[in-house]
Design a protein around this ligand. Structure first.
Ligand SMILES: [Fe+2]
Length: 291
């Protein structure tokens, strides 16, 4: 048969993947065809709309570079990233909750000494961050790499600024936990920020009258051998966008109330000469489900 009605067409495309050697790939492709065909059928998609979608996805790909990931952003604003997170983390058993990686992770960060001010070049309210990484039973995990990154006081990541190419990373570093599972550093308080609106994803957000804002947060990626990788943020309590994060990434357990300290206090063994905020947030890792 070479001519199909629309339901025969769907069955034929599903069947065309029947010999896929990898059973999981076969299942994913066949389910994708089912869902895509159902969408076209349900919406009576026009040629013009189909063409727009092709152009939109093309522009999304064209906007990607080594340090910009427009497709992750698309996944984030459509809630797909958080849905993948949800279906993969149904049982946390007391481990720290996870959230989106986001589009501004640029790969492995530069190893940095504890106590370093990772935003020394930036204006903003100063913040001291202290943390400990443990297993589910409170045992400290030593020698674990922890990548941190966050936006500046104007709401931009270092990789969004021209200075990234010449001056390198800022508000971005890797710490290795000490024997007691601890790490600490200095930085500035990040502020809430809009996702990039100069690409197709931002264009969609603005045209659909959604706001592009994310509540202020610091990203953490903790990767210990034998444990589930932890990709998360710590959100700053009081931010006005906590209830309407454009990427749906907020979880209550990740919202942290900062401690405010007066000038003259000691943080990480040094006197701080101006008022500052302290973020104290510990991370609990679940054992890896893989052998
Ligand atoms: Fe972020």
């Amino acid at each position: 048969m070479t001519q199909f009605n629309d339901s025969q067409l769907t069955a034929a495309v599903i069947d065309s993947f029947a010999e896929t050697p990898n059973p999981r790939a076969k299942f994913l492709l066949q389910e994708l065809v089912k869902s895509l065909h159902e969408y076209v059928r349900k919406t009576d998609l026009t040629f013009e709309e189909w063409g727009y979608a092709i152009d939109f996805l093309t522009r999304t790909g064209q906007k990607c570079t080594d340090i910009r990931q427009e497709f992750i952003l698309l996944s984030d604003v459509l809630g797909v990233s958080m849905l993948v997170d949800a279906v993969n983390h149904r049982e946390r058993d007391g481990a720290t909750e996870t959230t989106v990686l986001g589009p501004f992770y640029v790969g492995e960060h530069r190893k940095t000494a504890h106590g370093t001010d990772i935003s020394a070049d930036l204006q903003g309210e100063r913040m001291f961050v202290q943390s400990r990484v443990t297993d589910l039973h409170g045992k400290p995990l030593a020698g674990v790499p922890v990548d941190v990154w966050h936006a500046d006081d104007d709401g931009f990541y270092d990789s969004q600024k021209p200075s990234y190419a010449t001056e390198g990373p800022s508000s971005r570093a890797r710490f290795i936990t000490d024997d007691d599972g601890r790490f600490f550093f200095r930085t500035i308080l990040p502020c809430s920020y809009p996702i990039p609106t100069d690409g197709p994803v931002g264009e969609m957000i603005l045209q659909t009258r959604r706001h592009p804002m994310r509540p202020a947060h610091v990203h953490f990626l903790v990767n210990a051998p034998g444990y589930e990788p932890l990709i998360t943020h710590v959100f700053i309590d009081g931010d006005k966008y906590l209830d309407s994060d454009v990427v749906f990434g907020v979880k209550d357990s990740l919202v942290h109330k900062l401690e405010r300290r007066a000038a003259g206090g000691k943080a990480g063994g040094r006197i701080v000469d101006r008022p500052y905020a302290v973020m104290t947030y510990d991370f609990v890792l679940a054992p890896s489900s893989k052998d």
